[in-house]
Design a binder for this molecule. Structure first.
Ligand SMILES: Nc1ncnc2c1ncn2[C@@H]1O[C@H](COP(=O)(O)OP(=O)(O)OP(=O)(O)O)[C@@H](O)[C@H]1O
Ligand SMILES: [Mg+2]
Length: 307
């Protein structure tokens, strides 16, 4: 297996990134030609802190794992990562070590619940929110060399609009926006959508209403967000349902487990199963999108018909 560092991959990717096109003549090293299939790539974002992004990411991953998807869950909150704590994992290495060049990406992967593989970030890693887009591109490029059978990559996105938020959302096919019923959360969700649309040209956003009191409540929340985007932006919103405010989820958090695993019959677990069914029906990426993205070489390979 190749053992390139973030810096080496950044150097490869820099001209591609700047030119804004895909390296269609890229040749895969022969040792990387196994484990090749397109990977669905999803970012779970939302703007405001505490809306439930990490819990949605964890439980969507677990709910897909339950129905035999191979999921790679990445803690994209490089400064205040908490996926390891949500799942009671004890990482010896995190993404900060990959950036520091002291370990390889595959050494960071941990086994989580229901077959979900987890790439943890450090918590309290000051300075990790100031990485450049070239450094992010280097990290994203490393995923193509990861020996994984994953069919789905889920990235838990940090709060705010830092460079990592922009880089990771640009590098996936699907962006889920988590929104809750609080005026700042709605406004932050809108600002996040606007920023990702303007800076990353994301046009389609999947919306999940969290901490809802009823399905009507979720729909109303979606309608309010949709009113805002319809007035100001040329984007498509797709409502993917709601996750109820659920004490079982809070209990699962205290037990450091996914609610889908700890309380599979709870209202929130059932809602996550429904969300996973919907997500599994989304179109799979088939061709490179033309800029830096996760697992791009697999798409190049498929597009070239080399398999
Ligand atoms: N559906 C829900 N029902 C009950 N509690 C919830 C629900 N979703 C999230 N929470 C609670 O909300 C809190 C914040 O959740 P979480 O950490 O997932 O949010 P976040 O958006 O990732 O926050 P941060 O901005 O810190 O990354 C947690 O204490 C969690 O238990
Ligand atoms: Mg979080």
């Amino acid at each position: 297996m190749s053992t390139r560092t973030v810096e080496e991959v950044s150097v490869d990717l820099l001209p591609v990134h700047l030119a804004g096109y895909c390296p269609v003549n890229f040749q895969l090293p022969p040792q990387l030609s196994q484990h090749r299939r397109p990977v669905q790539t999803i970012a779970v974002a939302g703007g405001k802190g505490g809306v439930g992004k990490s819990n949605v990411a964890v439980n969507l991953a677990a709910a897909l794992g339950v129905v035999d998807h191979e999921v790679l869950l990445v803690d994209g909150d490089l400064e205040l990562g908490n996926i390891d704590r949500l799942l009671n994992l004890r990482p010896t290495h995190t993404l900060i070590d990959v950036f520091a060049g002291t370990c390889q990406l595959d050494e960071v992967v941990l086994q989580g619940p229901v077959g979900v593989s987890v790439i943890p970030s450090a918590s309290g890693a000051v300075g990790m929110s100031h990485l450049s887009n070239v450094q992010h591109a280097g990290l994203i490029g490393l995923f193509s060399e990861l020996p994984t059978e994953a069919d789905t990559l889920i990235v838990d996105i940090a709060t705010g609009l830092s460079e990592s938020v922009v880089s990771f959302c640009r590098a996936v096919r699907e962006v889920i926006i988590v929104v809750v019923d609080e005026p700042p959360a709605l406004q932050d969700a809108f600002s996040t959508i606007r920023a990702l649309h303007e800076r990353c040209h994301v046009r389609r956003f999947r919306v999940v209403a969290n901490k809802t009191e009823s399905s009507r409540h979720g729909l109303d929340l979606y309608a309010a967000l949709s009113d805002l985007t319809d007035k100001h932006l040329d984007v498509l919103l797709d409502y993917c349902g709601s996750i109820p405010l659920d004490t079982h989820l809070k209990q699962a958090v205290r037990q450091q487990r996914a609610v889908v695993e700890a309380f599979p019959r709870s209202a929130s677990a059932l809602a996550f199963r429904k969300l996973a069914t919907r997500v599994a029906r989304w179109p799979q990426p088939q061709t490179p999108c033309g800029h830096i993205e996760f697992f791009v070489e697999r798409l190049i390979e498929v597009a070239d018909g080399t398999r």
